[in-house]
Design a protein around this ligand. Structure first.
Ligand SMILES: Cc1cc2nc3c(=O)[nH]c(=O)nc-3n(C[C@H](O)[C@H](O)[C@H](O)COP(=O)(O)OP(=O)(O)OC[C@H]3O[C@@H](n4cnc5c(N)ncnc54)[C@H](O)[C@@H]3O)c2cc1C
Length: 264
């Protein structure tokens, strides 16, 4: 479904302006974006082991060994999809004595990332506003994004309201280790000032999520990554294409799937 309402902007002084009216479509699912992964899994014949952390990788002849808490699995090809810093970490520790490994670690480790805090603030009542969200395109305000989850059909019950407040990357980095309640109060204060709405100071519950490696600021060296195919190693994700958006990650995954099929 599409999200109702446009995205407007605000500047360093919290001055709100109407957007250019050229927003891309803001698709979601009634049950949340995780539905996309579930649908893809249902459409494939893949076996997916959720909640299984890959702890180690080793190259054995022309096979890979993938180590998890539950034991080791052999694979003739691997697609690494964690964020670039985790991918670099896994390869750096891999039992694989090859100059290509160092090049791949370097390519993944060089991808710069933004840190973000995301704060959900719940209120018993919603307000009618002409926009779905406000964004600070100049990145010179303590807040980068404020959106109204109730504009996504089916996401917020009754007349309740849920603000999603994302402080700027700089503010997020400085306050990353603050307590959840301090972060929530600071986010609510700034949201109330920005929206010029005193009712927004007092939320009735909050949820804070920390994303240390939230969004890649540019892509990886694709020529180097592509050399991994010689060793049955492939990469997919937003950092591979350098765009921190779900559609970019999805496209990267589909393209990598095609490459695996072509080269194996
Ligand atoms: C706060 C926030 C809001 C965003 N909002 C939007 C939005 O509105 N629209 C949009 O298009 N994009 C948005 N994005 C960006 C979008 O979420 C990402 O671009 C997208 O999720 C990237 O997909 P991915 O598959 O590359 O990586 P991820 O979604 O990060 O998936 C990587 C997966 O690898 C797993 N993993 C990591 N290490 C291991 C390991 N050792 N073993 C096994 N598994 C491992 C992780 O658990 C995770 O499931 C947002 C991002 C953030 C942080």
């Amino acid at each position: 479904m599409d999200t109702d309402g446009p995205v407007w902007t605000f500047d360093a002084d919290g001055e709100i302006s109407e957007g250019r009216g050229d927003d891309a479509r803001k698709w979601t699912y009634r049950g949340g974006l995780a539905t996309l992964g579930e649908r893809l899994r249902e459409a494939s014949d893949a076996t997916v082991r959720t909640g299984t952390e890959v702890e180690g990788l080793a190259r054995e002849g022309d096979q890979w060994r993938v180590e998890t808490e539950a034991g080791a699995t052999a694979a003739d090809a691997l697609v690494l999809t964690p964020p670039a810093p985790t991918t670099a970490y896994l390869l750096d520790r891999a039992d694989w004595d090859d100059a290509l490994c160092d090049d791949l670690v370097d390519a993944a480790a060089r991808v710069p990332y933004r840190t973000l805090l995301s704060v959900a603030l719940h209120y018993p009542e919603r307000t009618d506003l002409p926009y779905y969200a406000l964004v600070n395109p100049d990145k010179d305000h303590d807040l980068g994004w404020v959106s109204r989850e109730e504009c996504k059909p089916g996401h917020v019950p009754g007349d309740e309201s849920l603000l999603i407040v994302q402080p700027s990357p700089e503010w997020s980095r400085h306050h990353y280790d603050d307590a959840d309640d301090e972060i929530a109060v600071a986010a609510a204060d700034r949201a109330a000032e920005l929206l010029d709405d005193p009712d927004r100071y007092q939320f009735d519950w909050a949820d804070v999520v920390r994303w240390r490696d939230a969004l890649p600021d540019s892509g990886a060296d694709r020529v180097t990554l592509d050399r991994g195919a010689d060793a049955g190693l492939f990469f997919a994700g937003d950092w591979v294409v350098g765009e921190g958006r779900i559609h970019a990650a999805l496209r990267s995954g589909l393209e990598t799937g095609e490459r695996v099929a072509e080269t194996r």
